[in-house]
Design a protein around this ligand. Structure first.
Ligand code: AP5
Length: 220
């Protein structure tokens, strides 16, 4: 199955995408994660992306489309993938359809997650991430066992993402409303939109998500 997780910053795309990919044995393709890795390695892509991401702006479409074109060809994506953070603009959505059609494949569904803006801000301000495995925690809702270090990497202290600074979050939400939200109509018009409430406990959101996408490979 090929699935897109759509929704504003902080809605839970990464959290749920990670669980879904594991449960259903699909590849998780997080474009934000790929870019942050490129920044950490200091590659040309990372250098270009860092400036834009730190300001909460989008990386150019042509760069993102090429990145996703290549990543979706990796062996682990052959039986299915979950896209977290792509597409984010109409040209990216058009390119995704074209790319899949060219491989005689199709996008099976687009899950739109939604929560009120105040909750998005609360989630982003409390988010901390493991620099090694990139797992996201929340300091009150999903804290690490010892309150500071990653459960799976006990020597690694959690960090706050640079773009989770208050001012940058405001920009990211505005960019989402202007450039990405129109994709909800875009996919609704072609009958591919699946709406799932993002509010509630992470386990409940996951159960709802798993039910609508129809993954039954493992208990999850
Ligand atoms: P990206 O990394 O994709 O960021 P984003 O879309 O802004 O989304 P986030 O990762 O902030 O939030 P999320 O929805 O994954 O929430 P999470 O699960 O972590 O992109 C970053 C940047 O890269 C962009 O700004 C852009 O510059 C660039 N970029 C990436 N893709 C691009 C593209 N296609 N085109 C152009 N540029 C691109 O959850 C958030 C917090 O809430 C966590 O702490 C979590 O523990 C907590 N939480 C989750 N669910 C719940 C719940 N149910 N209840 C309580 N807390 C919860």
């Amino acid at each position: 199955m090929r699935l897109v997780l759509l929704g504003p910053p902080g809605v839970g795309k990464g959290t749920q995408g990670r669980r879904l990919a594991l449960a259903c044995e699909w590849a998780l393709i997080s474009t934000g994660g790929i870019l942050r890795e490129a920044i950490a390695r200091g590659t040309p892509l990372g250098i270009q992306a860092a400036r834009l991401m730190d300001d909460g702006r989008l990386v150019p479409d042509d760069v993102m489309i090429e990145l996703v074109r290549e990543r979706t060809l990796d062996a682990d994506a052959a039986d299915g993938f979950v896209l977290d953070g792509f597409p984010r603009t109409v040209p990216q959505a058009d390119a995704l359809d074209e790319m899949l059609q060219g491989r005689r494949l199709k996008l099976d569904g687009v899950v739109s997650l939604a929560v009120p803006q105040a909750e998005l801000i609360r989630r982003l301000s409390g988010r901390r991430e493991c620099p090694v495995c990139k797992r996201a925690y929340h300091m009150t809702d999903a804290p690490p066992r010892d309150g500071r270090h990653c459960d799976d990497h006990p020597a690694t202290e959690l960090v706050q993402r640079v773009d989770d600074a208050e001012e940058t979050v405001r920009t990211r939400l505005a960019v989402y409303a202007e450039q990405t939200e129109p994709l909800i109509d875009y996919y609704a018009r072609t009958g591919r939109l699946i709406e799932v409430p993002g509010v509630g406990a992470m386990d409940d959101v996951f159960a709802a998500l798993k039910q609508v996408v129809g993954c039954r490979r493992r208990a999850g």
